[in-house]
Design a protein around this ligand. Structure first.
Ligand code: C2O
Ligand code: CU
Length: 483
């Protein structure tokens, strides 16, 4: 039987030697890092057609729902590009609602600002019936994804998400690879989409889904080679869910976080907010055995996926995770970096809505919300749900210079904080759980304070926001300008 791991009271639970590297403030003897180099100079063509496609996913229990997807016949397209390859994308907006404009954001890719896909800010949006295009060479290997940056809770809520994988980071190829996309769906018992966002949800931890899924299944089942080392690219692409994943009775290691390779960390469990990814190397069970991937953060642990071993054993050696090649990053110059505080807070309205809905049965509408701004960064709440009205930037960085973002969460909720076009170098936290690593989205726990190094990237305006979409759309969003 699966029992909930004692996560919050958790430091003692993590003190076993296998897990010790989770807790160390610094990495242990860094393995010699092998640099990933481009291996191809081809151009790859991608066509995406954003449209409504009624679909009966296995997790929908017999119901058919009007999904919005990027391609016919697949829930989440998986785009694979080799490091060094150019990706030319043409997309058509065939969404069924007048005025439903789009643009595509390539989450985590450090590409030029005009390819970043933020409507009004980095490009004009593409209206229904029209086409748009992107062309870039992804500079880093890893597991990334793409999504629109408009009416985002509905677009995510209907499934408009795809994975983009930049290959070229493997020193030793795994015996197999699997991509797992975890997402909840907000569906009524009679099989209709519920409102994708609510004020009550937006003022708290987000508007939760009602059905869990991985790759559209309640429990995703994979037939895997026996006693093998398999790579699992696990994505949290939900709009609100925080999960803490781990395997029952298996040896596994974290080999990359948000696509960035690191010295393999033995996996006990790993907490992930929306938009965060982790690459795992798992030693599968002997023939006939099954390993379960479990979310321990849910009230009751939930089995997300099963890996059933088939066929002859691939390996007999002891499990040792081979690291991935890493990209040559410019390290943050900690000694000379400028510190910039970012305070993530609830607005007075947000706090009122959060407590109001808890203590009374009165409808929130009675609060007469003039603006739906429940959250703020440095007391600035992003105005409205679109990107039309740009206020001043939250900070101005110089390209190539080092900064330390002092991320401070003053709320009782967790916030996965994401920066466009840059990679954070997570340096330290006032909570003892995060090893130093690189990431484009970092989970800021209640009252946590994290020091995240940033080297000013390509010039332009780069969004900086919470990836709980309800929070993003209710004020917890801003932008950083790089000059
Ligand atoms: Cu997934 Cu503004 O980002
Ligand atoms: Cu948030």
């Amino acid at each position: 039987m699966i029992t909930r791991r004692d996560l919050l009271a958790g430091v003692a639970a993590f003190s076993g030697s296998a897990a010790a590297s989770f807790m160390l403030p610094g990495r242990k003897a860094a393995a010699r890092e092998v640099i990933a180099t481009p291996i191809a100079h081809d151009t790859k063509k991608l066509f995406l057609d954003l449209a409504e496609r009624p679909t009966a996913l296995p997790c929908f229990n017999g119901h058919t729902l009007p999904l919005w997807t990027f391609q016919e016949g697949c829930l989440y397209p998986i785009v694979r590009v080799k490091l060094g390859e150019r990706l030319d994308t043409v997309f058509k907006n065939d969404l069924p609602r007048p005025g439903e404009y789009t643009s595509i954001h390539w989450h985590g890719l450090r590409i030029p600002n005009d390819q970043d896909g933020v409507p009004f800010m980095t490009q004009q949006p593409v209206n229904p019936g029209q086409e748009g295009s992107y062309s870039f060479v992804p500079p880093d290997t890893g597991s990334f994804f793409f999504h629109t940056h408009c009416n985002t809770s509905e677009h995510f809520g209907r499934g408009l998400i795809g994975a983009i994988i930049i290959e070229g980071d493997e020193i030793e190829p795994p015996d197999a690879e699997y991509v797992l996309m975890m997402k909840d769906w907000r569906v009524s018992p009679d099989g209709k989409f519920l409102p994708f966002t609510t004020d009550k949800g937006a003022a708290k931890a987000g508007t939760p889904g009602t059905i869990r899924s991985v790759n559209g299944e309640s429990t995703a089942v994979f037939k895997v080679p026996s006693s093998a080392n398999v790579r699992i690219r696990f994505y949290n692409v939900d709009v609100t869910r925080i999960s803490e994943i781990g395997f029952e009775n298996a040896e596994a290691a974290i080999i990359a976080i948000d696509g960035n390779g690191l010295d393999p960390l033995p996996l006990v469990s790993w907490r992930m907010g929306p938009a965060m990814r982790v690459d795992l190397l798992l030693r599968t069970a002997p023939e006939g055995g099954t390993i379960q991937l479990v979310d321990y953060f849910a009230k009751e642990p939930v089995v997300l996926a099963e890996f059933i071993s088939e066929g002859p054993a691939k390996r007999t050696d002891k499990f040792v995770a081979t690291p991935l090649k890493v990209m040559p990053f410019q390290k943050v110059d900690v000694a000379n970096a400028k510190h910039i505080p970012f305070i993530f807070s609830a607005t007075a309205t947000g706090a009122a809505v959060a407590s109001f809905s808890e203590s009374s049965g009165i409808h929130i509408g009675k609060l007469c919300l003039a603006k739906r701004t429940f959250w703020a960064i440095n007391k600035q709440a992003w105005p409205g749900m679109t990107h039309k009205d740009l206020g001043p930037p939250l900070a101005v960085l110089k390209s190539g210079e080092s900064y330390i973002f002092d991320l401070q969460n003053t709320t009782p909720d967790s916030h996965p904080i994401h920066i466009h076009g840059h990679t954070f170098e997570i340096l330290s936290s006032n909570k003892p759980h995060v090893p130093p690593h690189r990431a484009d989205t970092v989970l800021l726990r209640p009252n946590e304070r994290i020091q995240a190094g940033v080297v000013g990237g390509a010039p332009g305006k780069w969004m900086f926001h919470c990836h709980i979409i309800d929070h993003q759309e209710a004020g917890m969003m801003g932008y950083i300008e790089v000059v």
